[in-house]
Design a protein around this ligand. Structure first.
Ligand code: ZN
Length: 152
């Protein structure tokens, strides 16, 4: 994982990945058959997201979609997140959320974070933007909690 802490700039390749998700967000819009919807707001930047979640198939795997308005980092992070957790059981999705939060806070990360998500690591160089990257994830976490309450 390459990261240039010195320059304070996002690596060009990573920036390209973020912009790609921002321009063509994955799983954007309404989710048919959504079991829960949760809204998240980041007052520091004005980012808003709405995450909808359902479970499907025999192993009750997670499928989620998002809507909202926000900066490129927030929207790209939401887009990557929906791809990352798709098809995984809720417990696994929670593990990924925990790992991503730890990574963004510079704490020890219990899981390897790979692929497009790696592009967000550079955001740690901009402390005020960390909340932008985390908003979709904390909102999904709330949604998964609600889902648990529903099925309890
Ligand atoms: Zn933002």
């Amino acid at each position: 994982m390459s990261m240039d802490r010195g320059t304070g700039n996002l690596d060009a390749l990573y920036r390209e990945v973020i912009l790609d998700h921002h321009r063509s967000p994955r799983n954007y819009g309404d989710l048919s058959g959504a079991e829960v919807k949760v809204e998240g707001y980041n007052p520091l930047c004005g980012d808003r997201v709405e995450i909808s979640v359902k479970r499907e198939g025999q192993n009750r795997s997670v499928k989620c979609a998002f809507k909202g308005e926000g900066c490129s980092i927030c929207m790209a992070s939401a887009s990557m997140m929906t791809e990352e957790v798709e098809g995984k059981p809720a417990e696994k999705a929670e593990e990924i959320i925990t790992a991503f939060r730890a990574l963004m806070k510079g704490e020890e990360c219990p899981l390897a974070v790979e692929g497009d998500l790696e592009s967000l690591v550079g955001v740690r160089n901009f402390p005020v933007r960390i909340k932008c990257a985390l908003l979709p994830w904390t909102t999904l976490n709330d949604a998964l909690e609600k889902l648990k309450e529903k099925s309890a």
